[in-house]
Ligand binder design. Sequence first.
Ligand SMILES: Nc1ncnc2c1ncn2[C@@H]1O[C@H](COP(=O)(O)OP(=O)(O)OP(=O)(O)O)[C@@H](O)[C@H]1O
Ligand SMILES: [Mg+2]
Length: 239
Amino acid sequence: MLEVNDLHVSYGAVNAVQGVSAKVDEGRVTLVLGANGAGKTTSLRAIAGYHRPKSGEVLIGGRDVAGSRAHTIVRHGLVLVPEGRRVFSTLTVEENLRMGAYRAPKSQIQQTMDEVYDQFPILQERKDTAAGNLSGGEQQMLAFGRAVMSRPKVILADEPSMGLAPTMVETVMDKVREIADSGIAVLIVEQNADAGLAIADDVSVITRGRTVWTGRAADADRAAVHAVLGESELESAAE
Ligand SMILES: Nc1ncnc2c1ncn2[C@@H]1O[C@H](COP(=O)(O)OP(=O)(O)OP(=O)(O)O)[C@@H](O)[C@H]1O
Ligand SMILES: [Mg+2]
């Protein structure tokens, strides 16, 4: 469903991403691991159309959308749940959900909202609450619910477990798994490798802007993945 080939992204003279590739099929979760500054956020933002890649392919269902703007890419079925969740804190939960589907016809919005409430009962319970008054975990659920409102084929999520209490991390990860099981292709970035590996089908490791390892999560020798991450940290410490 999503295939990224040899993505290159720069900030002026800084080549932050220089050869990232990844693949996610519908119903599956691909976990992207990488040390601080490896280029994970830059890759996700470039894939989702918030930063123009220098080169590379971003195929959604076989169509190359690389270089298109975010609103166009959403129409092709790919949506980003950004780092730090970014819900509209003064709007209610339900208003936030509506924002995720602002182009859809009214009848469809209601149907999708009912589905989101089925999937996230906590959002229905809190539908009239201002998003800013939700807990971090609830806000993360809202961010995912809002993404689902656009009826995407692909969801990208940048460190969904960040800043959450350990019990909440598991709850949020279980929801990520459920979202994938509903037929969506999910690509998540995590520094919490254990939390991510618990739900991932496939793993991709980025070291200094490059994809250096990909494989099945089940085949992923945990030690090997950690060694790659550890090694990259040793290398950058030596510089
Ligand atoms: N706006 C920017 N301008 C210049 N350089 C940037 C900018 N944003 C990120 N970078 C650099 O690009 C590289 C990749 O950063 P990025 O945020 O993508 O990494 P990351 O893997 O998401 O890291 P983290 O684990 O800290 O979230 C880093 O070297 C960073 O310093
Ligand atoms: Mg990041």
